[in-house]
Design a protein. Structure first.
Lengths: 293, 257
């Protein structure tokens, strides 16, 4: 397997075409940009040109939402071929996808749907990740999901399921800290405990986002992974805790709905860069104390 | 334990009822329709939003609530055939044409057809358009036999309604009422920008014939027979300059290109 460039340990932003002039013209100091793979799989046109121009200026994180890695059926060969062509064309620093499924019986359902965690589903996901990595000739990252329901048939904890995928396929993991908070609140789990059990040695990127809040049928708090607001304070605190374990790592701010103007996104990126700098400083100080002792 | 197949999960997402498949639980193991509704909502709202993004003028003409009804009915019938949402809704205009509540809005389906063409042009393969210099190289007899290959981003919408004017005025904040007459619209993208051009009425049949692969001579004869004011040179130069064609093919010489 060919080792490829990795993302810088900086804040990154999702690339939105409405910000193309601000980004390509002003070249703001952003660590990297993420694009959703499926938006750049048309035959040609402005999306291809924008991606080429963006890739000439910044490292690209290519993030798929349509491979259906957790699907019961085989991977869609046509989609995999489109992905391979896009990877060859755009030379991203990273390619990531979700521990989820989105296609069934030839129909794309346009959501990241949950799967039960069992030895059988683990074998299936491992097989799919192997196929993707062989097709692309490079390792990928798999992202932990946000979930609203659990399967009574599940026998494996999510962190163990993810650790097993990474161990068996050699893939890396994308730690979505907002998803950790959303799932933890929804299933009454401790998000800090989840992070403390997460196999951080495989983390190649972190995602942050804003959540929405509603209530479930019992009237209890239910968080929705909504990507339409700034990162919540509790998620940011969880992020600092995660950095303490992972060390400084590329961190994307996801803001896909009610997208604000570019300066607002840039300010969020500065907040994340400051947290990354603080973690670097903390580690350097700890090292100095260690040397002095 | 109750294993939940993805077929059962998918069916529950698309069903209009609120049954939760056994084996899917919320907190304390209880089935909770409100939790399943989060996924249902993501699917339905997401697909309706994809249609609204592709058909913004159609949505503006009928308002968000009415458009949502049409989109919901479409989502009931058609799921995306691939994760490329830009292609979702290729046949949404036909759905609009057959949507009973929109029967009184005869121009609506053609407006959606124009919008579908605009987004297809945006994502079409890049190609250098045929230029006037390429046409000038064709000798007289060859010219009549030549067929012009449509540019990958060229689409023609012939409507009994002023769809081009409707589309144009809805690109602005203030909408003005168009003159109510049939229009033929050529959608092109010779380079980066999608162009939406109203063709002279006399050129409509000629443009349609050429884009269907009719040789230039036969297309010109038919256009002249239909309208004595048809001007072959002006029409051909105009369509070519707009970027309607990719190349000229002369039978027997370069039709294998």
């Amino acid at each position: 397997m060919i080792e490829t460039a990795s993302l810088p340990a900086r804040a990154g932003l999702g690339f939105k075409p409405q910000h193309a002039a601000a980004i390509l013209g002003d070249r703001p100091d952003i660590g990297f940009f993420e694009v959703h793979a499926e938006n750049y799989m048309g035959a040609g046109g402005p999306p291809h040109r924008m991606l080429a121009a963006l890739g000439a200026l910044y490292p690209i994180s290519l993030h798929g939402v349509g491979l259906s890695i957790g699907g019961e059926g085989p991977l869609d060969a046509a989609h995999l071929a489109r992905l391979r062509a896009l990877v060859e064309r755009s030379r991203p620093a990273s390619f990531s996808e979700h521990l989820a499924w989105s296609t069934h019986d030839g129909a794309f359902l346009n959501d990241l749907l949950p799967l039960p965690y069992t030895p059988a589903t683990l074998d299936r996901v491992v097989h799919h990740v192997d196929t993707v990595q062989q097709t692309l000739g490079r390792p990928m990252l798999i992202e932990n999901p946000s979930t609203y329901l659990v399967f009574s048939e599940s026998t494996i904890a999510e962190v163990d399921f993810l650790a097993a995928i990474a161990a068996r396929t050699g893939c890396g993991l994308l730690l979505d800290v907002n998803n950790v908070m959303v799932s933890a609140v929804n299933h009454r789990l401790d998000p800090f405990l989840y992070l403390d059990r997460f196999p951080v040695e495989h983390v190649g990127e972190i995602h942050l986002a804003g959540y929405d809040e509603t209530v479930d049928g019992a009237g209890d708090r239910l968080l929705i992974d909504a990507h339409g607001t700034p990162v919540a304070a509790d998620v940011f605190a969880l992020y600092r805790h995660a950095l303490g374990r992972t060390g400084p790592v590329a961190t994307l701010i996801e803001w896909d709905n009610a997208v604000p103007d570019f300066p607002t996104l840039h300010a969020e990126a500065r907040r994340v860069d400051a947290a990354l700098d603080a973690e670097r400083a903390r580690r350097n100080a700890a090292l100095r104390v260690g040397v002095a002792a | 334990m109750n294993p939940v197949s993805q077929g059962a999960f998918a069916a529950a997402l698309l069903d209009r009822g609120d049954a939760v498949p056994a084996g899917l639980a919320g907190r304390n193991g209880a089935a909770d329709p409100l939790r399943l509704a989060v996924y249902r909502n993501n699917v339905r709202v997401g697909l309706a939003r994809a249609l609204a993004a592709r058909f913004p003028v159609t949505a503006r003409l009928v308002g968000d609530a009415f458009f949502r009804l049409m989109a919901d009915a479409y989502v009931d019938d058609r799921r995306p055939a691939s994760p490329l949402l830009a292609a979702y809704g290729d046949d949404f205009p036909d759905h609009v044409a057959g949507f009973p509540a929109a029967a009184g809005l005869a121009y609506l389906a053609d407006t959606a057809r124009l919008e579908a063409a605009v987004s297809r042009a945006y994502h079409a393969a890049d190609a250098a358009p045929l230029g006037l210099a390429d046409l000038a190289g064709l000798a007289g007899p060859e010219l009549g036999l030549a067929r012009l290959t449509p540019h990958p981003a060229a689409f023609l919408i012939r409507s009994a309604h002023p769809v081009g004017s409707i589309w144009r005025t809805h690109q602005k904040e203030t909408v003005t009422a168009p003159d109510w007459r049939p229009e033929t619209v050529l959608v092109v993208r010779p380079d980066l920008d999608v162009g939406v051009h109203l063709l002279p009425a006399a050129d409509a049949g000629f443009a349609a014939a050429l884009l269907d692969g009719t040789p230039l001579g036969s297309a010109a004869e038919a256009a002249l027979a239909a309208d004595p004011d048809f001007d072959f040179g002006r029409a051909l130069t105009g369509l070519t300059t707009l970027g309607a064609f990719a190349r000229a093919v002369i039978p027997g010489e370069n039709d294998d290109q």
